[in-house]
Design a protein around this ligand. Structure first.
Ligand code: SAM
Ligand code: SF4
Length: 329
């Protein structure tokens, strides 16, 4: 398994399939002046497959497809098939806002997708539309139902907690885990890209310490679940009688850089070394001049070797070149 210079085992590649999205969540994409990579730079299914085969050959085991919104790619099913058949790859997951999922969940499952995380910030129609601008709760709910019916398990729901938008809705979201075996995970806001969304993410940040307290005040104590994988970024709990899991992802109040196991690939073919820094290594140029699997694997290992120790949010520094919709979380 690849190790970086700090001894961390890096075996998880998150691939942003596009920087476009059908929503405009207030903390992720502005309504105007969105920066997109030029269309000709978008990695093709064949290029993605070649990078994933190289990743499998050097010891990567887990892939996540993200975006932007990955379901906007018309060739998504083909991409999933190619990624799922790559030697060494054991797990192919996807993060989506769920809006388009109902029409493709079964096909994606058959193509080899193993898990889905669905982003839903509120169970209140009006508040959801305010925070996930253009999003309709009923569409996301149809996507969740389709994922359940297609047999994806466990269903994981991602909720980004945003002051003034949905910080009270965390109680209803956490309550879901009493009846269902779902994982509901609360994510702290991170400021990326230096623009309007970074400002919103700073101004409207809610610590998971407060979110957990709010949930326990209303619904009773949460019991800690010992971590199964050391690199799991989510600290997990359950209610005494609960069927599901309540998770807290706290990159700001409790950074987990020491156990980071991720490498990221942007839709325009750059290995992005740390979510919250701008360091990147171009792999696309190599592919487009005909690099073979061994060379692609060497570039990936170089990217692993250059991974920074951790982020600098505490000193007020984050990305300037890339925003969350380029990187995929
Ligand atoms: N569109 C898909 C979605 O929303 O799940 C995939 C891409 S989105 C960038 C991936 C995840 O990033 C989302 O699930 C959301 O939870 C998270 N996210 C977006 N902006 C964020 C921010 N400023 N801080 C923390 N998490 C954020
Ligand atoms: Fe789109 Fe996901 Fe960003 Fe929301 S968080 S704007 S759904 S990419």
């Amino acid at each position: 398994m690849p190790r970086d210079r700090f001894g961390r085992e890096i075996d998880y590649l998150r691939i942003s399939l596009t920087d476009h999205c059908n929503l405009r969540c207030v903390y992720c994409m502005p309504l105007t002046e969105v920066s997109y990579a030029p269309p000709a730079t978008t990695l093709t299914p064949d290029e993605i497959e070649r990078i994933v085969v190289a990743a499998g050959s050097v010891g990567f085991r887990k892939i996540r497809l993200t975006g932007g919104e990955p379901t906007l790619r018309p060739d998504l099913v083909d991409i999933v098939k190619r990624v799922a058949r790559a030697p060494g790859i054991e797990d192919v997951a996807m993060t989506t806002n769920g809006i388009l999922l109902s029409r493709m969940a079964v096909t994606l499952k058959r193509a080899g997708l193993t898990r889905v995380n669905i982003h839903v910030d509120s169970l209140n129609e009006e508040r959801l539309s305010r925070v996930m601008r253009w999003g309709k709760l009923s569409d996301i709910q149809r996507g969740i139902d389709a994922a359940v019916d297609a047999g994806f398990s466990p269903i994981k729901l991602n909720c980004v907690v945003t002051k003034g938008f949905n910080e009270e809705d965390v109680v209803d979201m956490a309550r879901l885990t009493r009846e269902r075996d779902w994982h509901v995970r609360f994510i702290e806001l991170m400021p990326l890209g230096g623009g309007e969304c970074a400002k919103i993410s700073l101004d409207r940040y809610v610590s998971n310490v407060d979110t957990k307290r709010r949930i326990e005040d209303e619904l009773g104590p949460l019991e800690a679940i010992p971590p199964i994988h050391p690199a799991d970024e989510s600290k997990n709990y359950r209610f005494a009688e609960g069927r599901g899991v309540v998770g807290f992802i706290s990159p700001v109040s409790e950074p987990y850089c020491g156990s980071c196991n991720r490498m990221r690939l942007t839709s325009d073919g750059r290995f992005h070394l740390c979510l919250l820094k701008d360091d990147e290594l171009d792999v696309q140029a190599a592919i487009r001049r005909g690099a073979d699997t061994a060379e692609l694997g060497r570039i990936l290992l170089r990217a692993v070797g250059e991974k920074p120790t951790g982020h600098d949010l505490a000193s007020g520094r984050s990305t300037l070149d890339r925003s969350m919709h380029h990187l995929g979380g």
